[in-house]
Design a protein around this ligand. Structure first.
Ligand code: 4FV
Length: 262
């Protein structure tokens, strides 16, 4: 995959390309990352890339000409690339969006600064606008890094055999189960026995239950329109039976303090 980011701060990506899985993906030829300095395409001698907003108001707006020139130069090298603009007005980024983008051969990111880019540039050149969250950042560089980071690990082959994206959070619409590593007891807190059992079927069952209960407690919204498997429904039925039994036992125990009745 070819990735180009158009930014007035290309140096922000120097460390991004050279660390962790992004670095390994580049070294193994799965990813080619390039930060393009928009300022280099500004034709005035002060290399200006922003100007005051028409209609007045505070802040500055990114000029369309340097952006258009920089984008055309990038597209010469990556004619099939999809042009993405990071902005709070974009569609919410998600694991599903990351999986879609990971199937593309090339991605070009427009990293806005100031109040944003001239609307005419956005309408003429941007294929897809993406937001990483309902808050306002100072620039689109960090959002572009977030998207590239989420996408690169989904490129087949990037995550070696040991660590796969298959049981990612959200991969199957559930949050990930809890993870444990050595020592077997940490400050008096043991690792769940089943994980030390070597019984892979029991471990898989435990992990599915752990993912379900976590999602139920932390992100019940994820379960609303989710298709449950037969195995998952069996787990929910088991839980509801256990809950009913618990309620029966507990209600038998506790008497209503006011009426004294059960
Ligand atoms: C943003 C977001 C974001 C807005 C003005 C950059 C800033 C400045 N991008 N998700 N939230 N962008 O806040 O993607 O140009």
């Amino acid at each position: 995959m070819d990735v180009a980011v158009l930014t007035i701060f290309p140096e922000m990506f120097d460390r991004f390309w050279t660390h962790g899985i992004v670095r390994r993906a580049i070294e193994q030829g799965y990813l080619k990352g390039d930060a393009i300095d928009i300022r280099a395409f500004a034709e005035d001698r002060h290399k200006v890339t922003d100007d005051r907003p028409y209609g007045g108001g505070c802040g500055m707006v990114m000029k369309p000409e340097p952006l258009a020139k920089a984008l055309r130069a990038a597209r010469e090298r990556m004619p099939e690339a999809v042009t993405l603009m990071m902005s709070p007005q974009g569609r919410p980024f998600s694991q599903q969006a990351a999986a879609e983008l990971a199937r593309q051969r090339g991605l070009i990111f427009i990293c806005g600064r100031y109040e944003g880019v001239d609307e005419r540039f956005a309408q003429q050149f941007v294929d897809d606008e993406i937001s990483i969250g309902d808050y306002v950042l100072t620039g689109g560089e960090l959002p572009a890094m977030v998207v590239v980071d989420a996408v690169v690990r989904l490129i087949p082959g990037v995550l070696g055999g040991r660590d796969s994206a298959a049981d990612d959070s959200f991969a199957d619409g559930l949050l990930e189960y809890a993870h444990y590593t050595r020592p077997p007891v940490f400050e008096g807190r043991p690792v769940p026995d089943v994980l030390l059992s070597g019984n892979h079927a029991a471990i898989a069952q435990w992990r599915l239950e752990a993912a379900l209960v976590r999602t139920f407690l932390k992100r019940p919204d994820l379960l609303e329109n989710r298709e449950f498997t037969a195995q998952e429904i069996a787990i929910l039925k088991k839980w509801s039976k256990e809950l009913e039994d618990l309620i029966k036992v507990q209600s038998a125990r506790c008497t209503d303090p006011l009426s004294g009745r059960q």
